[in-house]
Structures are given as structure tokens and as C-alpha cells.
Design a protein around this ligand. Structure first.
Ligand SMILES: Nc1ncnc2c1ncn2[C@@H]1O[C@H](COP(=O)(O)OP(=O)(O)OP(=O)(O)O)[C@@H](O)[C@H]1O
Length: 589
């Protein structure tokens, strides 16, 4: 990425702003400038008041106040000063109310953009091509959708606002100083500018390095925790939990060390600037001591220098720290700019078409290669399935069964050939209608940590009870559910941990039935189950066989395929044979 850190950060935000938000951002900047001007004016107004108040008769002598004093015909300096103090207090009151309002507007603006960023990230990943999604892995996805937008807001947007408001304060202060005493400006510039630049140059690359290292390490921690608790049983039985704990601690030790270093770097600029300012004051003092005659004017210069430096130092410090924070959070800008290319976006076209499945489903010469893999995972598949048929798929591991089903489910799109439904090619314009009629039950059925009802309806708020009961009955779940103390509202535990393998799969089947699936894909639904559970699942499949639903079953156990009209055998992505169940059973016997 090219350009300075400020330009890069501004560009990264600009990507998310609508034209009206861009105008609003400019408006915010103007408001910030006004706030800074009022801040400086507020402080500057105190100086002349203090001066006239300290000296009896000071008001009359003051070029600024005496015309006002005379115009309003004040009777005593005391009353005049009292009015002046009240005016100053009201001014501060109004100024602070105004700056609080600006602050509120600014934070609301930042919060709105933050929402836009989160929305854009989550939209990016829900429309991400399936195989890239698998490559990224859930810790990275969680980091990119939850942490990165937060880091972007805290580490780019807020510091950018701070930077610009401090620039405004410094500008207004510096202009006032130039107008008041150009020599003072010269000394301040000589002292503060090189220090600021040197401090920033010394720390910026380290800050960036710390930021990208923390960004690399955090998802690793999340991955370790995820693996530890997903595989808790296996890991505990192998007595390997300590290894996971140690690698987590090892990773966290690095993160904590970098966090501490980053905190230290954020403190350093102020210390450095303070040291140089003190050095400036001492140098002028020394000069005053060693060159007699000029001492009184020099000492007043020291006073002014100290006052101006005191005013400028915190602002300059905040400017550097916010720039360093921008550097530290560079990784968020880089992460957000990933995958903006069209090839990573599979958003279905807005204009969607209906799908009518009355007669046939035809895989017409379908071939598919994974990106970067020359060997086809699925090659020239050409089969026709009639509506209502039950079709089995067998073949050794890696023969392409799951890939073929993923093509049918449109998670993968064939490079050549077509999927024809009643003779019509299935395109991205049919996606939503297609998803409405196709269902999928995997070996490890996905279950949420919610009730059975929510798991079957996928959290429907307006549940159709009749359909739900039908789904429970057809999936052979009715007696199990009615035996539970809380029935269908019983919670299933994390990933269905309170259920048996067979119950989990039957919930998957019930989910597909509740959706009124017309084509159901059962992927290796019984291979991981014991005999009793297999019997339970097969019973549900037998019931399904009586329905009009077209079923495609991938199975390792031949018995699962007993209701199939045809069974296709795959090898190396191709169909090498078509069998009947009876033949297969005979061949085994
Ligand atoms: N995301 C991927 N990227 C690259 N190659 C892949 C990917 N997923 C699967 N493959 C490859 O595609 C081929 C077909 O895999 P597929 O999962 O379809 O086989 P399968 O018949 O379902 O196997 P199993 O019975 O073991 O599930 C295999 O050689 C596999 O290594």
C-alpha cells in the first residue's frame, strides 16, 4: 500500500463512506476546528484578565478594556471585573457545551461508520466462495469479522479524529504565537519540530511491527482454544491438554509482551518532548546568565516559552501517539482491503428466478476442478434422476462423492457442463429458489446450542406447528422428544452434546423435512454410527423413502441404500458403474 500513514488511513475510511457521509466528515472537521479555536481563545482570554486584575487601576490603563469600561460607564473596576469574570464563565460554559455536542456528533458518526465496516465484513464472508472459506478457518474468520472492525474503529478512526483535532489546536496556537511574538515561534519550532519528527521516526516502524505481530498471534490463540474445547474428549483421553495449555500460554506470553511494549511506546513521546522543552528552557536561562544586560527580556521569554510549550506539548504528544496508533493498526486496514475482488464475491444476483422441479434432475457432463488442482475432482458426470427417485452413491474415499453433492448444492460451480432441472440449467439466478427446495444432512449435523425446536426450524420466529410435528414424525423423533422433560424445548448442549449421534442426524433430517425439501442429500449419514443408531437413522430414511422427496444418499454401509432405485459407483471423479441394491448385496455375500 502506498502513501503516508494519514493518507492510507483516510483512504481506508473513504471506501466505506457514502457521498453524504463524506460531506458529514468534512463538516465534522470544520466543527473540530471551531472547537479548537474556542479552546485556545478561552485560555488566551484569561491572561489579560489576570494581568489587569493583579494591578490596581489596571483596567483604566489597559488599551483593550478601558474603552469598554468607559462606554458602559462602569463605576468601579471591581464591578467591571465581576462582569468580566461572569462573561468568561458563561463563555466557558457555552464552549464546553458546544465541544461536548461536537464530541457526541463525532462519536455517533464513528459508530455509524463502525457499523458499516462490520456489515461490509460480515457480508464479505457470508458471500465468500465455499472452498476459500475452508482455507481461512474459523479463528481467522472470527478475527476478521469481530475483532478487525473493532480494531479499525479504535485504532484508525478515533486516532484520526484525535490527530486532526490536535492539528487544529496546534495550528490555532501557532498562528496566535506568530502574531504575538514571531521570535518565540522560531524557538518553539526549532525545539519541537525536530524532536517530534525524530520520536515519530524512531517509533513508527516498531509500532507497525508490534501491530502486525499481535494481529498474527491473536487468531492462533483463538484457534488453540477452539481445538482444545472441540476435541476435549479426545485430547483429555490422550492426556494432551497440558500441551494445548502450554502453547496457549506461550502464544499469550508473546501477545502480553508486545502489548506492554506498545503501551511503553505510547508513553515515550510525551517524555521525550518534555525533556527537550526543559532543555530549551534551561538553554535560554544559561544564555541569560552568561550574557548580562539582556537577562530581564530573556527571562520573560523563558516564561512565554514555558507557557507555550506547556500548551503545545500535550497536543503534539497526542498527534504522535495517534500516528503511532495508526501505524500499529495498519494490519486492520490491510485485512479490511482483502478479498474485495469480484472473484471472492458470490452474492446472488438481485433478480432471482423460480425453479420448477416436476420431472428430472440432470447432471449434464459436469466437470469440476478445485482452484490450482489440475486433476478433476469430478469429471464428465452425466446422469439423470427422476423426481421421487432414491439414488445411492458409493465409491472409495476421495472418489468425488461429496464434491458432486456440493456442486448440486451450488457451493461449488462446475467449470463445464450443467445441472439441468426439468431441462433448465441451474444458474446463480435460481439460487434462492433452489435453496428453498434442496436439503442436506451431513454426517456431523450442525447443531446450535439452542432447543430442539430452534435446531429444526433454524430459529424460525413464526413456527408452523403442523409442519414441525410432521417433520418430527417422519424423522422418527416423536417418541424421543415426548419423553424429554421439556419436550421440543429441551436444549441440545454445545454442538448437540446432550444427544446421541443418531438423534443428531434425525434432527438434521427433521430440519430438511420442516423446510419442505423436495430434494434431500444425505451425506454418509450412517458411516459413523453403531448398529442401533444406524437402525434408528435407517428407520427414518425408510420413512422418507415413502415420500415424494427425491433422495441422494452417499453411503459407506450398503444397508443404508436398501431403498435406492439405482446406486452409482464413483472412482477418480467419474461414474464407473451403475448397480441395483440386490446385486451389491449378492456381490458382498
Ligand atoms: N477444498 C479442496 N481443495 C482441494 N481439493 C479438494 C478439496 N476438497 C476435496 N478435495 C479433493 O477432491 C477429491 C474428491 O474429494 P471428495 O471429498 O469429493 O471425496 P469423497 O468421495 O466424498 O471422499 P470421502 O468418502 O472420504 O468423503 C479428493 O481428491 C480430495 O482430496
Amino acid at each position: 500500500m502506498k502513501g503516508g500513514i494519514i493518507a492510507r488511513s483516510l483512504n481506508s475510511i473513504r471506501y466505506y463512506l457514502t457521498p453524504s457521509q463524506k460531506r458529514k466528515a468534512l463538516w465534522m472537521m470544520v466543527l473540530l476546528l471551531i472547537t479548537s479555536f474556542l479552546d485556545v481563545l478561552g485560555l488566551a482570554s484569561l491572561v489579560p484578565v489576570m494581568m489587569v486584575a493583579a494591578e490596581p487601576g489596571g483596567v483604566q490603563k489597559s488599551k483593550l478594556f478601558s474603552p469598554v469600561y468607559n462606554f458602559f460607564e462602569f463605576e468601579s473596576e471591581r464591578t467591571f471585573l465581576l462582569y468580566l469574570i461572569i462573561i468568561i464563565f458563561v463563555f466557558f460554559l457555552v464552549k464546553n457545551a458546544f465541544s461536548t455536542w461536537v464530541n457526541y456528533m463525532q462519536n455517533r458518526f464513528v459508530a455509524n461508520i463502525a457499523l458499516t465496516v462490520i456489515k461490509s465484513q460480515i457480508n464479505k464472508y457470508i458471500n465468500f466462495p465455499f472452498w476459500y472459506l475452508n482455507d481461512l478457518g474459523s479463528p481467522n474468520l472470527m478475527h476478521s469479522t469481530v475483532n478487525i472492525p473493532g480494531n479499525f474503529v479504535g485504532g484508525i478512526m478515533r486516532p484520526l479524529f484525535i490527530f486532526f483535532s490536535e492539528v487544529a489546536i496546534v495550528l490555532v496556537t501557532v498562528i496566535s504565537i506568530i502574531l504575538y511574538k514571531p521570535l518565540l515561534f522560531g524557538i518553539l519550532a526549532l525545539v519541537l519540530v525536530p524532536t517530534t519528527l525524530l520520536t515519530y521516526r524512531a517509533l513508527r516502524n516498531r509500532s507497525q511491527m508490534i501491530g502486525s505481530e499481535i494481529h498474527r498471534l491473536r487468531p492462533i490463540s483463538q484457534g488453540i482454544i477452539g481445538d482444545l474445547f472441540t476435541g476435549f474428549v479426545e485430547i483429555k483421553l490422550a492426556n494432551k491438554q497440558h500441551r494445548f495449555r502450554d502453547s496457549l500460554l506461550n502464544n499469550q506470553e508473546k501477545v502480553q509482551r508486545l502489548d506492554a511494549l506498545s503501551y511503553l511506546y505510547s508513553m515515550l513521546p510525551l517524555k521525550m518532548i518534555e525533556m527537550v522543552a526543559i532543555l530549551g528552557i534551561l538553554t535560554i536561562f544559561l544564555y541569560a546568565i552568561f550574557s548580562p544586560g539582556s537577562s530581564s527580556s530573556l527571562i520573560s521569554l523563558v516564561g512565554l516559552f514555558a507557557a507555550a510549550a506547556y500548551r503545545l506539548m500535550p497536543s503534539v504528544n497526542r498527534m504522535i501517539t495517534s500516528m503511532m496508533q495508526l501505524k500499529t493498526t495498519q494490519y486492520a486496514i490491510e485485512n479490511l482491503s482483502l478479498y474485495r475482488d469480484k472473484k471472492y464475491n458470490e452474492t446472488p444476483p438481485v433478480e432471482q428466478l423460480p425453479v420448477s422441479f416436476k420431472k428430472t434432475l440432470h447432471f449434464e457432463d459436469v466437470t469440476f476442478n478445485f482452484p490450482g488442482v489440475s486433476k478433476s475432482a469430478v469429471k464428465a458426470i452425466d446422469i439423470t434422476i427422476k423426481k421421487g427417485e432414491k439414488i445411492g452413491f458409493i465409491g472409495s474415499s476421495g472418489s468425488g462423492k461429496t464434491t458432486l453433492m456440493n456442486i448440486l448444492l451450488r457451493f461449488y460451480v462446475e467449470q463445464s457442463g450443467h445441472i439441468l432441472v426439468d431441462g433448465q440449467p441451474l444458474t446463480s439466478q435460481h439460487l434462492l429458489a433452489w435453496y428453498r427446495i434442496i436439503g442436506y444432512v451431513k454426517q456431523d449435523t450442525f447443531l446450535m446450542q439452542r432447543s430442539i425446536r430452534d435446531n429444526i426450524t433454524l430459529g424460525d420466529s413464526d413456527v408452523n406447528e403442523e409442519r414441525l410435528n410432521y417433520a418430527l414424525k417422519q424423522a422418527s423423533l416423536q417418541s424421543f422428544v415426548s419423553g424429554l422433560p421439556e419436550g421440543i424445548n429441551t436444549l441440545v448442549g454445545e454442538r448437540g452434546s446432550k444427544l446421541s449421534g443418531g438423534q443428531r442426524q434425525r434432527i438434521g433430517i427433521a430440519r430438511a423435512l420442516y423446510k419442505q425439501t423436495e430434494i434431500l442429500v444425505l451425506d454418509e449419514a450412517t458411516s459413523a454410527l453403531d448398529n442401533e443408531t444406524e437402525r434408528e437413522v435407517n428407520e427414518a430414511i425408510d420413512k422418507l423413502a415413502e415420500t415424494e422427496i427425491t433422495i441422494l444418499i452417499i453411503a459407506h454401509r450398503i444397508t443404508t441404500l436398501r431403498n435406492c432405485d439405482k446406486i452409482y459407483e464413483l472412482r477418480d471423479g467419474q461414474i464407473i458403474a451403475e448397480h441395483r441394491y440386490e446385486e451389491l448385496v449378492k456381490a458382498i455375500v
